[in-house]
Design a protein around this ligand. Structure first.
Ligand code: AMP
Ligand code: MG
Length: 361
């Protein structure tokens, strides 16, 4: 299996990438090696080639892997997917002053509604659905809490009183969504869609490729993936799930077609103070990094759903997390708890198109 199958690591995004189009310094060496592995294993004389393109959007490496005989066509399709990511980022990033999300945040607490696109409406509605299903473990209104932790700048310990105030302002029930418009009903409440918007962008890119007749592809935004069709040899895609505490080790290899595979982990953005790891997935009730898991990987039909569910399950911990994933109809899932024990959504996997192999070293 391993000899002929490209295996993409899910969470350790930067280790398994093709060469970026632009110069990315240290990323380049690792990316080049991985691309070689992909191409060497993926190309057979009688089958269409696998092409891989990558760039950076949403502060994440976005990679498009395409099965196509025509390199130019593959490049054009990848560029179309990247354009979608740029568009989603421009609309949904809380860091971009001109984004619709920033407008909504600026108007928090005011009665006025803000017009939103169908795409943003879909993301907000799915956010609210998962917030409700998870009893608030997923909360799209943590902007102020996340700003205090500043993981985007390397992270810092927030001042306790400021954190408590920010936690008291965040509440998904203060987000109101109506047809074509939305508003936040509490001052100090702000949208941060970092736990779900990437999944939406992945779905949008994958849907575009399907509509163009692509029969084999992976859209991967930092480990949030949609798998389309098959590899050139007719095999399903093989996705390696990284071990949360071993950047070089795989927990499992998932074989799947036509689904989303999305991971959340405490190894993605974190800093350590006095041997305590502070990471970017926040328990909305305390404002502190959630303590129950090291990593969660969810297999579902759509990446947006899998993205929100993975974050929510991480916050809930293994037992309540698996219960949520079962209720939400996830196809499969792996949860690594805080002690390193792996929990699997075995029952819910029945009937899914995925199958997992224990990775052999
Ligand atoms: P992910 O990697 O998909 O788990 O998303 C993590 C990102 O989601 C963080 O960087 C924050 O932007 C945001 N986030 C953190 N905690 C939560 C939460 N409890 N609910 C929703 N979004 C969150
Ligand atoms: Mg997520």
């Amino acid at each position: 299996m391993a000899g002929i199958t490209p295996t993409l690591s899910v969470p350790e995004r930067r280790r398994f990438l093709s060469p970026p189009e632009e110069s990315r310094g240290a990323l380049r060496a690792a990316c080049t090696l991985a691309a070689l592995a992909l191409l060497v294993t993926g190309c057979r004389p009688s089958t269409p080639a696998i092409h891989t393109f990558s760039t950076i959007h949403m502060d994440t490496v976005v990679e498009v892997t395409l099965v196509d005989a025509d390199t130019t066509r593959a490049r054009t399709l990848a560029d179309e997917v990247f354009a979608i990511f740029a568009q989603v980022e421009a609309e949904m990033s809380r860091y971009q002053r001109s984004s619709a999300v920033s407008t909504l945040n600026d108007r928090a607490g005011q009665a006025a509604w803000t017009p939103i696109s169908p795409g943003l409406e879909a993301v907000l509605r799915e956010s609210l659905r998962i917030a409700e299903l998870s009893n608030g473990a997923f909360d799209p209104t943590l902007a102020e809490v996340n700003r205090l932790w500043a993981f985007d700048e390397g992270g810092r310990l927030p001042e306790p009183a400021a954190l408590a105030a920010a936690v008291s302002h965040a509440d998904w029930r203060r987000l109101q969504v109506d047809s074509g418009r939305a508003r936040l009903t509490g001052a100090g409440c702000g949208l941060d869609l970092g736990g779900i918007a990437k999944g939406y962008a992945v779905d949008s890119g994958a849907d575009l490729l399907v509509s163009r007749g692509v029969t084999g592809a992976i859209v991967n935004a930092g480990g949030d993936m949609r798998l389309i069709g098959h590899r050139p040899d007719g095999d399903p895609w093989h996705i390696g799930v990284q071990h949360p505490r071993d950047p070089d080790g795989l927990l499992e290899v998932i074989r799947a077609t036509d689904c989303a595979v999305v991971s959340s982990g405490d190894y993605e953005r974190y800093f350590i103070v006095d041997r305590v790891r502070y990471h970017h997935i926040i328990d909305p009730h305390s404002g502190l990094p959630a303590a129950g898991c090291q990593g969660v990987t969810v297999v579902a039909e759509r990446a947006m759903t899998a993205d929100g569910l993975a974050t929510a399950a991480f916050v809930l911990g293994p037992e309540a997390g698996l219960d949520l994933l079962r209720r939400a109809g996830a196809r499969d899932a792996l949860i690594v708890d805080a002690g390193g024990t792996v929990h699997r959504l075995a029952e819910a996997a029945a009937g899914a198109t995925t199958s997992g192999d224990k990775a052999t070293p």
